[in-house]
Design a protein. Structure first.
Length: 249
């Protein structure tokens, strides 16, 4: 059986660790030429030691112009995963302008900036393509202390829908993946916002019908599914919850 993404060029943001790193590794296994983009150069260099065939780009996606310049240099992209993200945990009454600006710069503006550059190239080449935005269940439901984060991920899902609407005629599919707490450093930070200890984790899991948090590999598999024209060729503008049933309650 051939590799699913042989001959495809993929760009993954937030690729230095966690979900992004895992997506890079799996895309390479499936035959893609992968460009890993992250702010932290040390993380990228470590990843390249593990996967020498990738290309690495260090840029802070908060900086619109620098990111635009770097992405435009990358050449044709067939698959884009907008994974770079930050979490914001501030209660109403203590939310700061700096926190809002930082969260939206990374979680929303960077998705718009990078997606439109990549999509323009797809349109010019008339090749079509696929974009997956890593969103969150926080786009769909409200969570305590997550006002800014929920707003940013809600914006990501709306951007996803509009991109899908505008780009569909060019055979470009755009979807989002919406996990519950994922067992990464960011996920651990989210859990700690509710308190410390096993009792807190158990209480959070009890709200999930499947009784467990999301694994990194769950997000990887869903992302590659949506990137694949073979598997998801008729899916665009969708939110794919990976929440164990949390949002149905």
């Amino acid at each position: 059986m051939g590799k699913k993404f042989a001959g495809k060029r993929a760009l993954v943001t937030g690729a230095g660790r966690g979900i992004g790193k895992a997506i890079v590794i799996e895309l390479v296994k499936e035959g893609a030429y992968v460009i890993a983009l992250s702010r932290t150069k040390a993380n990228l260099e470590k990843l390249k030691e593990e996967v020498p065939e990738i290309e690495i780009v260090s840029v802070d996606v908060k900086n619109w112009k620098e990111t635009e310049d770097e992405v435009k240099k990358l050449g044709p992209i067939d698959l884009l995963v907008n994974n770079a993200g930050v979490i914001s945990l501030q209660a109403v009454g203590s939310i700061t302008e700096e926190e809002v600006d930082n969260c939206f710069a990374v979680n929303v503006k960077a998705v718009i900036n990078i997606s439109q550059i990549v999509a323009k190239g797809m349109i010019e080449r008339k090749t079509g393509g696929a974009i997956v935005n890593i969103s969150s269940q926080a786009a769909i439901i409200g969570l305590p202390n997550h006002a800014t984060y929920c707003a940013s991920k809600g914006a990501v899902d709306q951007v996803t829908k509009v991109l899908a609407l505008e780009l569909g005629s060019h055979k470009i599919r755009v979807n989002s993946v919406n996990p519950t707490v994922v067992l990464t450093d960011m996920g651990a930070t989210a859990i700690k916002s509710y308190g410390e200890g096993k009792e807190v984790e158990d209480a959070l899991k009890a709200k999930i019908p499947l009784g467990k948090f999301c694994e990194v590999n769950d997000v990887v598999k869903a992302t590659l599914f949506l990137l694949s024209d073979e598997d998801a060729g008729m899916i665009t503008g969708a939110q794919l919850p990976l929440d164990g049933g949390y949002i149905i309650q």
